[in-house]
Design a binder for this molecule. Structure first.
Ligand code: UDX
Length: 434
C-alpha cells in the first residue's frame, strides 16, 4: 500500500523505515531541510541499532522517499501516520500539542476522499476525539476519518518492536478504518501479533497506562532497594525471586539510578496532569510518588558518590555511560548525565565516557570532559561511577582499570558489574540495594 508518515523525529523515522520494510511504499514529510536531505541520503540523525540499514536500503530502492510538501503527501496516499512530537509544555504540566495541530491544519484541507489520518504519538486522553472533529471540519471532501494507533517502541529496540510488536491497538470509529489498519499491519498480524480494537479514549489511555505501569515497576524496585540496603538484603536476588511469579515477571525490576529518557518521565507527568483535568487526580496521585522515588534515586547515588569523595581534595570522577539507557545516544533526562553535572557543580573534575552518546552529551553539557575510550576516561580517577549499562562495561578488566585510577573505588549504579571480580581486584565496591 501507499502510506505517508508525517514528522521524521525518532518515532516517525523508525515507523517510515519499518513500513517500507513491511512492503509499503512510503512518503515521509519532514519540514527541516537539513534533516530531510540527510534522511533521503540514507543517513540517520541519531543512533538506533539496525535502523540505518533499513533506511539506506529503502531510500536506495525507492520505497521510502522524503518531502516537505503536505500537498504531495495528501495526493500520494489515503493513509497518513501522524508521528510528530508531543513534548512537555514549557510550564511543566501537560503535553504540548502544537505540532499535531499544525500538521492537521496543513494536511486535512488537502485530503483525498476515503483518507485516514492515524495518530501514533502519545497524547492526553480526549485528543483523538477533538482531532477527529477538526479533520471532518477542515477536509474538502466527505468520507475522511481519524484513527488512534499508539506506538510502544523502546529506544535501542525500535526496529524489532516495530516489525514484531507485542500487540497492536486500533482506536477506530468505523469498520473501514479498522480494515485499512489491518491491511497495513498484515505482516505482523499474520505472524500472530494480537490486535485490540477499541474506541479513541481507550486507545489513548493504553499508552499512558502502560508507561505508568512500567515507571511504577521501576520505582517499586528502587524503593525496595532502599529497604534492602537498610536491612542488609540483596535486591538482585529479591527481584529474581519476585520475577519467578508469573503474575509479576522479572522485567523492569532492575534497581539502579532510575528511569530517564524522552518518554517515561514526561509521559507520567502529563498523565497525572490530564487525570487532574478530568477530576480524578486522586486516583493517579501514586504516580507523583513514583516520580519522586525516581528523582530520589538519582540523589541517593549522588550522595553515595559525594560521601565516597569526602576525604579527597579536588576529586576526579569518571562517569561510565551518558545515555539514559544502553544502545541509544539519547541523553534527554539521563540520570547518568544529571549525576555527572551535579558532581561537576560540586567542584569535581568529571570525565564521561559513552560508546554512542558523547556528541549528544557534549552539546548539552559542554563543561564536562569526555573521553572516547573507557580506560582514558578512568585515568587518575578517585571514583568510577557506572551509570548506563552498556555491555562493554561488563567486559572491563577491573585490574586494568585499577592500574590507571588514583583510587580503586567504584559505584555500580546499574548493578551490572561483576562485584566479586572487582572486589577481588582490590576495589571498594558499592551497588544499589545490596
Ligand atoms: C519507554 C517504554 O518502554 C516504551 O514502551 C514507550 O513507547 C516509550 O517509553 P524507552 O524510554 O525507550 O521506552 O526505554 P525503556 O526501555 O522503557 O527504559 C526507560 C528507562 O527505565 C531507562 O532509563 C532505563 O534505564 C530504565 N529502567 C528500565 C530501569 O531503571 N530499570 C529497569 O528494570 C528497566
Amino acid at each position: 500500500m501507499r502510506v505517508t508518515v508525517i514528522g521524521c523525529g525518532y518515532l516517525g523515522t523508525t515507523h517510515a523505515a519499518c513500513l517500507a520494510e513491511m512492503g509499503h511504499e512510503v512518503l515521509a514529510v519532514e519540514i527541516d531541510p537539513q534533516r530531510r536531505h540527510r534522511l533521503q541520503e540514507g543517513h540517520l540523525p541519531f543512533y538506533e541499532p539496525g535502523l540505518e540499514q533499513l533506511l539506506s536500503k529503502h531510500t536506495a530502492n525507492g520505497s521510502l522517499r522524503f518531502t516537505d510538501s503536505y500537498q504531495e503527501a495528501a495526493e500520494f496516499a489515503v493513509v497518513h501516520f501522524l508521528c510528530v512530537g508531543t513534548p512537555q509544555q514549557e510550564s511543566g504540566l501537560g503535553a504540548d500539542l502544537t505540532q499535531i495541530e499544525s500538521a492537521i491544519s496543513s494536511l486535512a484541507p488537502r485530503l483525498r476522499p476515503g483518507a485516514l489520518i492515524v495518530g501514533k504519538c502519545t497524547v492526553p486522553v480526549g485528543t483523538a476525539e477533538a482531532l477527529a472533529q477538526r479533520v471532518l471540519d477542515m477536509a474538502p471532501v466527505p468520507n475522511v476519518a481519524l484513527a488512534w494507533n499508539p506506538e510502544f517502541l523502546r529506544e535501542g529496540r525500535a526496529v524489532d518492536d516495530s516489525l514484531r510488536p507485542d500487540r497492536l491497538v486500533f482506536g477506530v470509529a468505523s469498520p473501514a478504518a479498522e480494515d485499512l489498519l489491518r491491511r497495513i499491519y498484515a505482516g505482523p498480524i499474520a505472524d500472530g501479533c494480537p490486535v485490540v480494537v477499541t474506541d479513541f479514549p481507550t486507545a489513548e489511555l493504553v499508552k499512558g497506562a502502560a508507561n505508568a505501569f512500567l515507571a511504577t515497576k521501576i520505582s517499586f524496585i528502587n524503593a525496595i532497594a532502599e529497604v534492602c540496603e537498610a536491612a542488609g538484603a540483596d535486591v538482585r536476588a529479591l527481584a529474581d525471586a519476585l520475577g519467578h511469579d508469573e503474575r509479576i515477571g522479572r522485567s523492569f525490576l532492575n534497581a539502579g539510578v532510575g528511569f530517564g529518557g524522552g518518554c517515561l518521565p514526561k509521559d507520567i507527568r502529563a498523565f497525572v496532569h490530564r487525570a487532574g483535568e478530568l477530576g480524578v487526580e486522586d486516583a493517579m496521585s501514586f504516580l507523583r510518588e513514583v516520580d519522586a522515588i525516581n528523582q530520589r534515586q538519582r540523589q541517593r547515588v549522588l550522595d553515595m558518590a559525594k560521601s565516597a569523595l569526602a576525604q579527597v581534595h579536588q576529586p576526579r570522577v569518571t562517569v561510565l555511560g551518558a545515555a539514559f539507557k544502553p544502545h541509544s545516544d539519547d541523553v534527554r533526562d539521563s540520570p547518568a548525565l544529571w549525576i555527572a553535572g551535579q558532581l561537576y557543580l560540586a567542584g569535581a573534575e568529571v570525565c564521561v565516557h559513552d560508546p554512542e552518546a558523547i556528541d549528544t552529551a557534549r552539546r548539552r553539557f559542554p563543561t564536562l570532559k569526555y573521553a572516547s575510550d573507557p580506560l582514558d576516561a578512568c585515568r587518575d580517577a578517585d571514583l568510577v561511577l557506572h551509570l548506563t549499562e552498556w555491555p562493554e562495561y561488563r567486559e572491563l578488566d577491573p585490574d586494568k582499570v585499577g592500574d590507571v585510577v588514583a583510587r580503586r573505588v567504584v559505584i555500580d549504579g546499574r548493578n551490572k558489574l561483576d562485584d566479586i571480580a572487582w572486589r577481588e581486584a582490590g576495589w571498594e565496591f558499592r551497588g544499589i540495594g545490596r
